[in-house]
Design a protein around this ligand. Structure first.
Ligand code: PLP
Length: 395
């Protein structure tokens, strides 16, 4: 009954989700407090109180037919203006509401943009390790995802690898900074180098190559690290954003797609993307949270809670002899499998009720990802289990 296109998706159902289910199984056997689940990027920090207040105020003060009604497929004009104004204040830009489409999270924003630009057989390049859904999103529109192998020296994108991967069919390059799964923030130097290669390839093939900057973790950066504003460096960049992590609202499904005027034929691209929002089935982003955003656009999450987790887990694992780059952003640690075998590392961790995701799921074997958007207490309680894992590897 199901389509040929769906069959591989059913067969390879996400390892992250599978691990989440495994967590529930182990919790039923050993008790929730004895299972250390680092598998899912579901924020444990509650949404800021301003969000709740804004939701209540919308319900109490705004006309219910308006709040619950259909709207423009791009979203409420005043929500888009609030987002544009906030970006302009922070990045010295001059975007207007017409540059923004409110979306059902970053996932939908990426989908509608790919729907907008891809013809069957067109190619999209990304850099390992990458958010595994990119491949599924590209295949939704019969595109081909080309993956540049990981640069495991510092996990910045491999520029020479990009040069080799771009062809005359390349329509887009997806980047993700701060990165899931490494927590690395792409440097200005990296972004300049990306621009050089992309401009060189655009000139060689006479094409336009759009950089899709996927930034759900933009606000989660530590130690004063600044996340560069990508359109300042890449001439043909669109930005995808989500409030799933920055305001701990993944279930609300709210984000946006920014298409700056610097994109060739920007107006046509924006109207096509707005139609894509409709025909992909979302029609428009959820209305209540769009209304609320206007009232809490400057709210921010408790970054210190994630930072405390980062320090505790990173410090604890390093002390035990594990190898891992210190994340500058997001809430993930990408830890090297001591013997290079990530599948075995996942199994050894599971033996001690520690759930982690294999690097293979991010096209980067030899590593595992730990999501530290969990309670600080759980991290503390997990450290003796990590000690046993380290001992098993003879670290
Ligand atoms: N992009 C990256 C890199 C992510 O890690 C995620 C979610 O984990 C998404 C996109 C999707 O986010 P959203 O919940 O906004 O759809």
């Amino acid at each position: 009954m199901i389509s040929e296109k769906m069959k591989p998706l059913v067969n390879n159902n996400s390892a992250i989700r599978a691990m989440f289910e495994e967590g529930n199984r182990l919790a039923a056997l050993y008790g929730r407090e004895n299972v250390y689940d680092f598998s899912l990027g579901n924020p444990n920090v509650p949404a800021p109180k301003e969000v709740k207040q804004a939701l209540l105020d919308v319900l109490n003060e705004e006309d219910s037919c308006f709040v619950n009604g259909y709207m423009s497929n791009a979203g409420y004009p005043d929500t888009r203006k609030a987002v544009a104004d906030s970006l302009n204040r922070r990045f010295g830009t001059a975007y207007g509401p017409q540059n923004l489409i409110m979306t059902v999270g970053a996932a939908s924003a990426i989908n509608i943009f790919l729907k907008t630009i891809l013809d069957p057989g067109d190619e999209v390049v990304t850099f390992a390790p990458y958010f595994v859904e990119y491949g599924n999103y590209v295949r939704n529109y019969d595109g081909i995802l080309r993956v540049v192998p990981a640069n495991t020296r510092d996990f910045q994108p491999d520029i020479e690898g990009l040069r080799a991967a771009v062809t005359s069919r390349t329509k887009a390059v997806i980047i993700n900074t701060p990165n899931n799964p490494t927590g690395i923030v792409y440097s200005e130097e990296t972004l300049r180098a990306l621009q050089n290669v992309i401009a060189e390839k655009e000139a060689e093939y006479g094409t336009v190559i759009i950089t899709v900057s996927d930034e759900p973790y933009r606000e989660l950066a530590y130690d004063g690290v600044k996340v560069p504003w990508v359109p300042d460096f890449l001439e043909h960049a669109v930005v995808v954003y989500s409030y799933s992590k920055s305001l701990s609202l993944p279930g609300q499904r709210i984000g946006w797609l920014l298409i700056p005027d610097s994109i060739p034929e920007a107006e046509e691209v924006i109207s096509a993307a707005t139609i894509a929002n409709r025909v992909c089935g979302a029609v428009n982003a959820p209305s209540l949270i769009q209304r609320a955003l206007i009232r809490c656009i400057d709210a921010s999450t408790d970054i210190e809670a994630y930072n405390a987790n980062r320090e505790l887990l990173y410090g604890g694992l390093k002390e035990l002899g594990f190898e891992c780059a210190k994340p500058q952003g997001a809430f993930y640690l990408f830890v090297k499998a001591p013997d290079g075998d990530d599948a075995r590392f996942v199994d050894v961790c599971k033996k001690y009720n520690v759930l982690v995701v294999p690097g293979k799921s991010f096209a980067c074997a030899g590593y595992v990802r730990l999501a530290y958007c969990v309670s600080n207490d759980m991290i503390r309680r997990s450290l003796p289990a990590f000690r046993k894992i380290a001992e098993e590897y003879g670290l």
